[in-house]
Structures are given as structure tokens and as C-alpha cells.
Design a protein around this ligand. Structure first.
Ligand code: GLC
Length: 502
């Protein structure tokens, strides 16, 4: 069988608002992405995933889509998008775009019509509410003028579609074709376990919410992905789809990647695992035994950056652990998704002033939850303020960058062999050389407690999550390490790739 491109691909998530601003308004845009494509090619990734750039009032950073077939003026135009796809392909990079099928913006013409009483069955209007909560805090229901309520699992500006209405289904098939016709290589499907809600919208009872949720993971959703798969398969060039599927178990996750459904589904169990060899090993084993094609990820625009997550019990350990974790991830069978800025070792920005925050989670929780702005701070390209090269002009970026970003900027790290950026470049180049020649499978080698050793053909990956240096397994050559080795010893918070003694 030919191996599809996405099976081992390294995909780089671009949170468009925060990547690069070409227009000087302080917000990233598509032309900014295009200008930085050589950076991504040199980094050594295979594809980019662009977060939503569609027409939107930006109540949830663009995940509130008002027109699924156009580009918001904040991000550019449809021709900017077409130019970006063409340039990416010229650089050998594939392009994945985000599709948001669970809800629209309240500014979407369908919802505006619904408010006037037309076509309400495209959304979930009811005379009475149930006890469901919005993922962002507060009730999942908002009252409209005539006294009825509509369901929104996220912000009130994100009304949920009624997927039991075939018109919604048809509309999304058409939206997929619209972007496939413009050359996209795949889709990232937002809230892919949403879409259908249990018939009758029953209250969430005393029974475990997780086990029998009327909200998420209804069986009907799989027929949607079967239809989408047929559309994707109808286009040349191995077009693919990756689901944002939050589930409680990898068995549930596996349902979304059956051969006639989605190609990939993010493995959030890996992202949620604490800094622990035993926890990592369990997720790796469970993943490889439950899904046909593993899809690893450590950070994205919704979670605390992994450099900061891993530092919870030891603030100084974050940078080393983040590098060790990514080197381990890149050695695993399957595809890996990186999030912009992790290659610079960016930490979560935890001290944003309240007035600067934009995430609806912060507002809907009345400031109790910080929200996700801390992982969305614009990328520092150069050392100098005001925007560290993010914007061409003097307009401040849409979220303020901390002074520490100067030292972490691309300009500062490029060419410095000890930098995180150069480490990522070496790791991705080495992976590219190896990945197609080693088996998809993994074997564990005996290792001390707190340490993992696994092999894939001639490659050995060693990770030390313990607190003492350990002897490396027998090998011919050290290919790469996430930090300095001490002779034959692997220090704590360090990973290494070795070539195996033949
Ligand atoms: C997904 C997105 C997140 C967004 C939510 C609602 O989880 O990744 O950023 O807020 O869906 O669309």
C-alpha cells in the first residue's frame, strides 16, 4: 500500500490572528502567513493548518463564522487565500483549513433570518430550556425577543446548528467543495464530536455526564463523516480531514477514524498526560492499540502551552521538558501537530492585564477563568519592540507581548545552535530522513523507573522523566538530544535519539 502523505506528516498550526501581520493593523493576516512561508519550509514541516479566517464578528476569534465562503477583511481577501495556497504548494507545503460545523455566528444570514422567524429549524430554538451549560460558562440557552430560546454550546454569539435538518448537511457538503475546489489539502473539523444532540434535548441527569452524554458524541455524527469522506475521496491528491474530538477514552476516539470516516483525530490524551514516563507509556500503548493512524499533539490555541504545563511542579524544568517531550513525540509512529511558537519555546503568557483579554471564556466566567489568550500572544519575529516584528507599523499587536519575547524571537534564535528553534529544525530534518524508512510500529526496551526506551527499527528514543541521570541503551551513534548528554548518561528532563547497534 502507498503510504498517504498525512500518515507521518508534521503539521504546523497557524493561529492566523497571531502569526504575522502584513497590513499593520496589529492583527495577523493571510498575506502575513504567505510572507513567512519560507520560515515554515526551513523549519521542515509538511503542512500548515490555518485557524478560521472566514467572515466573522470575532466573538470567539473567528470560530463564529458569518460567511463560510469568504475571507474576513481583517485577514485579507479570497485572492489572498488563493495566493497563499499557491505559494504554499510551491514551497512543498500542504494547506489544511478549519471547518466549524457545530455552530455559526449569530451574524450569519441564516441566524438573522431565524430571529425574524424564518428558517428557525436550521438552529435549535425551543420554548423551554434544559439544564445544559455552555462550555464557556453560564447557561447554554439565550432568550430571544419572542420569548423562545436558542441553544449555544459555546458563546451566545455561536448558535448551534440543527444537524437533523438536511439543509444544514447539504450546506456543509457545499462548503467543503468550495474550499476543495480552491486547492486545500484537508480540513480540521472543529468540535467534531458535537453537531448532533440527543433527540428531545434531555436534561443531563445524575448519571455520569461522561458516560451517557446527550450533548456530545451522538452516533448520528458518524454518518456525516462518512459523507464527507466520500466528498474528499472524490478529489485527487489524498485530501484529508482531522477531527477535533474530545472524548473520555481512546476507544471512543477510534470510532471517528474508522476507514470510511475521518483520516485523523487529535490525540488529546497525549496532551493531557502529566510529565510522567508511566503516563506517557500508557497513552502511547493505548493509542497504538486503538487507532489505525496516531495523531500526536502537545499544544494548540485552546490549551496552556506545554512548556508551562510541564513546569507545574518545577518552574525551572519547563523548557527542558518541553523539548524532551517534543523529541519523544516526533519519534512516535504517526503524524504530529505543532503549534506556532512552540519551536521558539514560548511560554504561556500568564500575566496579561484583564483589560487586554479577549477570550469569551474570561468574560463568560466573570473573570474566574483566565481563558486562552495566554497561548495566543503574537509571535516575536525580531528582537525590537513595539511588536517584535509581528506588525510592520507602530500599532500595538492585538494582545500585548511580554518583554521576555525579545530573547525568544526568531531573530535571536536563528543561527544559534543552542536555541530551541535550531533544535526543532534539526529534529524535523532528522525525522524527515528517517520516517519513511522505519517501521510504523514501536517496541519497548527495558528501562529504569521514570524512563522510557523504545525502538523503531534502527532508531531508539530515550526519555528521562526521573530525577537522576540514567545510562543510555546500547547504541552506535547519538543522532540528536534535547539537551546536553553527560557522556553515556541521559540527564533528567532530557530525550535522545540514538542509532541502534546493529
Ligand atoms: C474549538 C476551537 C476553539 C473554539 C471552539 C468553539 O474547540 O478550537 O478555539 O472556541 O471550538 O468553536
Amino acid at each position: 500500500m502507498d503510504i498517504p502523505w498525512w500518515r507521518d506528516a508534521v503539521v504546523y498550526e497557524i493561529y492566523v490572528r497571531s502569526f504575522a501581520d502584513s497590513s499593520g493593523d496589529g492583527v495577523g493576516d493571510l498575506a502575513g502567513v504567505r510572507e513567512r512561508l519560507p520560515y515554515l519550509r526551513d523549519l521542515g514541516v509538511d503542512a500548515v493548518w490555518l485557524t478560521p479566517f472566514y467572515t466573522s464578528p470575532m466573538a470567539d476569534g473567528g470560530y463564529d463564522v458569518a460567511d463560510h465562503r469568504d475571507v474576513d477583511p481583517l485577514f485579507g481577501t479570497l485572492s489572498d487565500f488563493e495566493a497563499l495556497v499557491a505559494a504554499a504548494h510551491d514551497h512543498g507545503l500542504r494547506v489544511i483549513v478549519d471547518i466549524v460545523p457545530n455552530h455559526s455566528s449569530s451574524a450569519h444570514p441564516w441566524f438573522q433570518a431565524a430571529l425574524r422567524g424564518e428558517g428557525r429549524e436550521r438552529y435549535l430554538f425551543r420554548d423551554r430550556t434544559n439544564n445544559w451549560k455552555s462550555t464557556f460558562g453560564g447557561s447554554a440557552w439565550t432568550r430571544v425577543e419572542d420569548g423562545s430560546y436558542y441553544l449555544h454550546l459555546f458563546a451566545p454569539e455561536q448558535p448551534d446548528f440543527n444537524w437533523r435538518n438536511p439543509e444544514v448537511h447539504g450546506e456543509f457538503l457545499d462548503i467543503l467543495r468550495f474550499w476543495l475546489d480552491r486547492g486545500v489539502d484537508g480540513f480540521r473539523i472543529d468540535v467534531a464530536m458535537g453537531l448532533y444532540k440527543a433527540e428531545g434535548l434531555p436534561d443531563i441527569g445524575d448519571q455520569s455526564f461522561k458516560a451517557v452524554s446527550p450533548v456530545w458524541g451522538q452516533p448520528e455524527v458518524h454518518d456525516v463523516y462518512r459523507d464527507w469522506r466520500r466528498v474528499l475521496d472524490g478529489y485527487p491528491g489524498e485530501r484529508m480531514a482531522v477531527g477535533e474530538v474530545w472524548t473520555d477514552s481512546l476507544e471512543d476516539l477510534a470510532l471517528y477514524v474508522r476507514p470510511d470516516e475521518l483520516h485523523q483525530s487529535f490525540n488529546f490524551a497525549w496532551l493531557q498526560a502529566p510529565w510522567s514516563a508511566a503516563a506517557f507509556r500508557k497513552v502511547i500503548d493505548d493509542t497504538l492499540s486503538s487507532v489505525p493512524f496516531a495523531t500526536w499533539v502537545l499544544s494548540n490555541h485552546d490549551v496552556v502551552r506545554h512548556r508551562t504545563r510541564y513546569a507545574a511542579d518545577d518552574p525551572a524544568a519547563g523548557p527542558a521538558r518541553a523539548k524532551a517531550a517534543v523529541l519523544t513525540m516526533l519519534a512516535l509512529p504517526g503524524s504530529a501537530y505543532l503549534y506556532q511558537g512552540e519551536e521558539l519555546g514560548l511560554p504561556e503568557v500568564t500575566d496579561l492585564p484583564d483589560a487586554a483579554r479577549q477570550d469569551p471564556i474570561f468574560y463568560q466566567s466573570n473573570g474566574e477563568l483566565p481563558g486562552r489568550d495566554g497561548c495566543r500572544v503574537p509571535i516575536p519575529w525580531t528582537v525590537d519592540p513595539p511588536s517584535h516584528g509581528f506588525s510592520p507599523g507602530a500599532v500595538p499587536p492585538w494582545l500585548p507581548q511580554p518583554a521576555a519575547f525579545a530573547e525568544l524571537s526568531v531573530e535571536k534564535q536563528e543561527g544559534d545552535a543552542g536555541s530551541t528553534l535550531e533544535f526543532y529544525r534539526r529534529a524535523l530534518a532528522c525525522r524527515r530522513d528517517l520516517v519513511r524508512s522505519i517501521p510504523y510500529t514501536l517496541e519497548w526496551l527495558k528501562s529504569p523507573e521514570g524512563v522510557l526506551f523504545f525502538t523503531r527499527g534502527p532508531l531508539i528514543c530515550a526519555l528521562n522523566c526521573g530525577d537522576r541521570p540514567v545510562r543510555l541503551p546500547e547504541h552506535d551513534e547519538v543522532l540528536l538530544a534535547s539537551g546536553p548528554l553527560r557522556g553515556d548518561l541521559l540527564p533528567p528532563d532530557t530525550a535522545a535519539w540514538l542509532r541502534r547497534a546493529s
